[in-house]
Design a protein around this ligand. Structure first.
Ligand code: 5GP
Ligand code: ZN
Length: 113
């Protein structure tokens, strides 16, 4: 997707603070962190949101969630962490490339909404 911000970040056309990369996923620090640790984990393939993912892609999404746990461990989030994926307007999704937020490093709010 030529006009997608996260596709540009994945390709290195826009700089980012990389946390992890392999052939399937890319992880980088959120530019406006909502917790002491705030990492975005994205598939390298473009999906606009969770609803854009089909049954044939579930292997990739399972892999991505496992990587979220690995990244949380490598970030030292031994006391817990939260993962969030905003999907659509009511959830205030602002970047239309499926991504998972990994938040932690401090006590998080008990409110999720
Ligand atoms: P959403 O609101 O779509 O769930 O999350 C998009 C996230 O992308 C936001 O937390 C926002 O701070 C982050 N973001 C937006 N633009 C950039 C950018 O250019 N670089 C980085 N690292 N994060 C960004
Ligand atoms: Zn994209």
């Amino acid at each position: 997707m030529d006009d997608c911000l996260f596709c540009k970040i994945i390709k290195g056309e826009i700089p980012s603070a990389k946390v992890y990369e392999d052939d399937k996923v890319y992880a980088f620090r959120d530019i406006n962190p909502q917790a002491k640790v705030h990492v975005l984990v994205v598939p390298k393939a473009h999906f606009s949101d969770l609803c854009d993912i089909t049954a044939k892609d579930t292997g990739l999404t399972g892999y991505l969630f496992k990587k979220c746990a690995d990244i949380a461990a490598s970030e030292g989030l031994t006391n817990g962490f939260r993962i969030i994926s905003n999907c659509g307007a009511d959830a205030c999704q602002s970047v239309k490339h499926f991504h998972v937020h990994v938040l932690g490093g401090e006590q998080l709010s008990d409110k999720m909404g």
